[in-house]
Design a protein around this ligand. Structure first.
Ligand code: HEC
Ligand code: HEC
Length: 360
């Protein structure tokens, strides 16, 4: 089933790439819409998000890597991973993930299917390394979870549906009160003069909006910007092992000789996708440093320097020739895309309780 999914995805990604090439300038941002999610499911999903029993050895919850106090990331350049592994990509925030067209830095999962994303996070060897059947039996032994489940379904906690329930919580985690949204809805005073100058550059001379547009400041498509490799990925064996394992599961040819992050190519196996990544959202950057798929840039200033020099070799970007004032204005504008901090306290996980004989 996995390989059929990957095959379908390869087609979808090829299409997404072609659409990216046709991106028109004149593109603009849009206010963040209201989130849509099932309230009863999101309530159980909130408990599950913070419950370490969703991982194989009960060491990690979703929140261990997507920590509300660190902008729903882990704050590291390269991600944490399941014990005895290390990650090879930066951990993205889950803020506003429910609005994404594609998930993951290489865009390998469809944004309309949060359940599949959650399943992968829970069952992947290097994230939570959990078995689906074991998960079901564990959750069934927590009476509070069964009671919450039965608010939206008559049956017992079962199988794949649990993933969608966690997904409903993820969809509910959205940023609020960003100055840019107030500005786009007509409050001109919401942006400082410098941020307004930055916005004009963003849509004009700096050409950011050709890829960063819409409510998330993302076209959701694949692009090659030529971000430099993070040397940590190949210098640290545990990170390199995780990367090779990701490539081998994706069926990438000659994966064992990969010493760089090939991005979407591992999924599509199409040479033109080497080094391409999905355009990320630019919301809430204030809370999610460091930046890029491998966390190589520590600050927004470094990101702007990268764009000013025309990105990296072989990328789609051109030199910008920005003045020091223009660079500052762009940073001020990017900061205005951050809302108030969204912090949800971890609920206390209810205890296991063995069911009466015959009630399983
Ligand atoms: C061990 C760390 C870790 C754990 C635990 C973890 N994640 Fe992630 N998550 C990541 C990393 C790393 C990525 C990016 C992977 C990539 O792009 O290849 C990611 C990606 C995501 C994304 C996609 C975001 C985007 O912008 O594309 C969402 C949503 C998400 N995780 C939700 C969850 C949920 C829900 C859980 C719990 C079921 C969870 N994660 C558990 C590390 C983790
Ligand atoms: C050709 C499309 C394209 C253009 C033009 C573009 N970007 Fe990006 N941007 C991307 C992609 C793709 C990434 C992710 C690259 C990676 O991780 O390797 C990215 C990443 C970023 C990030 C990091 C976000 C994060 O969460 O790590 C920031 C900030 C950013 N861009 C700002 C800008 C600004 C400001 C401009 C204009 C000066 C700009 N971008 C122009 C495609 C583009």
């Amino acid at each position: 089933m996995r390989s059929r999914n990957l095959f379908r995805l390869a087609g979808a990604l090829a299409l997404a790439g072609a659409m990216g090439a046709a991106a028109q300038s004149g593109a603009d941002l849009a206010p963040l819409p209201e989130p849509k999610f099932n309230k009863d499911q999101a309530e159980l999903g909130r408990y599950l998000f913070f419950d370490v029993r969703l991982s194989g050895d009960a060491a990690l919850s979703c929140a261990s890597c997507h920590d509300p106090k660190k902008g729903w990331t882990d704050g590291e350049p390269l991600g944490k991973a399941y014990p005895a592994s290390e990650g090879f990509r930066n951990t993205p925030t889950i803020l506003n993930a429910g609005f994404k067209k594609r998930f993951m830095w290489d865009g390998r999962l469809d944004g309309s299917d949060m359940g599949t994303l959650v399943r992968d996070m829970i069952t992947e060897a290097h994230t939570m390394n959990m078995d689906s059947r074991l998960l079901q039996e564990r959750l069934k032994q927590v009476p509070e979870y069964v009671a919450m489940w039965q608010k939206f379904r008559k049956d017992d906690i079962n199988g794949m549906r649990v993933y969608g329930v966690v997904g409903e919580f993820v969809k509910s985690v959205v940023s609020k009160n960003a100055p840019i949204d107030r500005f786009l809805k007509g409050d001109a005073s919401a942006l400082s003069e410098s941020a307004r100058q930055g916005y004009a550059l963003f849509k004009g001379k700096a050409n950011c909006a050709s890829c960063h547009n819409g409510p998330l400041a993302s076209d959701g498509n694949l692009h090659r910007t030529g971000v430099p490799e993070n040397p940590g990925v190949t210098a640290e064996p545990l990170r390199h092992i995780t990367m090779l394992r990701h490539y081998s599961t994706s069926g990438m040819p000659n994966y064992m000789n990969a010493f760089e992050d090939v991005g979407s190519y591992a999924i599509t196996k199409n040479d033109k996708d080497k080094g391409k990544f999905a355009t990320p959202s630019l919301r809430d950057l204030k809370y999610t440093a460091p930046y890029m798929h491998n966390g190589v840039f520590a600050s927004l200033g470094e990101v702007i320097e990268f764009y000013d020099r025309g990105g990296g070799p072989g990328g789609e970007l051109k030199k910008l020739g920005l003045s020091a004032e223009e660079k500052r204005a762009l940073v001020a504008f990017l900061e205005s895309l951050s809302g108030d901090p969204v912090v949800i306290e971890a609920p206390k996980s209810p205890a296991y309780q063995v069911r009466a004989f015959g009630k399983n």
